[in-house]
Design a protein around this ligand. Sequence first.
Ligand SMILES: [Zn+2]
Ligand SMILES: [Zn+2]
Length: 414
Amino acid sequence: MEWANDLTQLAGIMTASVAELPGYLVDTSKRIYWGYLLGALLLAIPVYLRLGHAFARHVSSHPAASCQSDKRGICAPSRPKMQEEQGAQGANQYSGVSGFFRFVFPRAVYLSASARMDYQLLVVNKLLKGLLFAPLVLTMVPVAMGVSDALSWLLGDIAPLSPHVVVVMTTFTALLFILDDATRFVLHWLLHKVPVLWAFHRVHHSADVLTPLTIYRTHPLESYLYACRMGLAQGIAVGLGYFLFGPALKMYDVLGANLVVFLFNVLGANLRHSHIWLPWGDKLEGWFISPAQHQIHHSVAPEHRDTNLGSALALWDRLAGSLIKSSQVVPFSQRGGHRVDDRVDGNHAAVPGAAYMPLPIGVGGYPGHDSLCGVYLNPLRDAMMILSRKGRIWPQYLLLRLRQRMARRQPDSD
Ligand SMILES: [Zn+2]
Ligand SMILES: [Zn+2]
């Protein structure tokens, strides 16, 4: 009955994996830590206050704002009579505190097919992570030891650069943050620029509405790459820090999270994946990626493709020539009635506040991501096709090579 034991073990691992999910809300290393969500909610208040009157007007003239998505994920408007009633009530319904919460959590976004797929992926990816690749992820310790040993071998052992705790902590905190942010940019850049990797990353870009959980809308292969990236970045920082300062390494942290990362996350990181348009102004956006700039990264407009690939620092995008500031965006409404597809257009029109967010979100040209099977298998199929076009791994190619080799050997055997 070994198989029964194996099954019980497997079920145990799966249950333990999913049971960890609620813990994300109290874990500062996770984007949906309650403090970061609260920070985003507080930052949404000034946006709502700025747009309040216009928002209520938009709702009263676009009653579809309270619609529900149909099976295809298209926001279906209600019947004309209902629309009239909803329109009349709209301005009242969407004012005050309850109006604020309707503005922040519109049903058209949070109950849409796209958002429901995000919720499913959060759970299923967590299961797969525990089962498939958790033991294979690159971890920090071997990388740190390798880096430290390599530096000692190359440069010889050196005395600690500074005995001052403040210097050590400041340098190490900055090193960790910069390496983490730089490696995020490099991996994200590769995910966009390498066709095989883009086949997987476009799962994230197939979202046609954004919610804080869209950050978990990824293919497991992408999650695996990001997990390895984290081990690599932390390993290099710790190895380098150990070589420069010795074993007394410490960083400034808030409940275990790097102080700089904590500040960035608490200052509205969750608005990056939301319909709430929060630019930071030209000056600040030249240094840090604002929530609006990441929304531009998700825009359907062709000129926004592969832009704002950074996480926190805008420096990497500036160096790569891929930075766009929010003030450079031409509002979608001024583009002469350009349409994307029914689903994206429908959702955009229905989202309260989307009238003030100049861009529809989601890449409508990437169908096949509206079922779990599609999300998991289509990228694999596309990646295989890309690789086969390059003549790398497709079975026919291997057969062809075998035949060619056999044909070359023929004369020798004669
Ligand atoms: Zn991207
Ligand atoms: Zn994103």
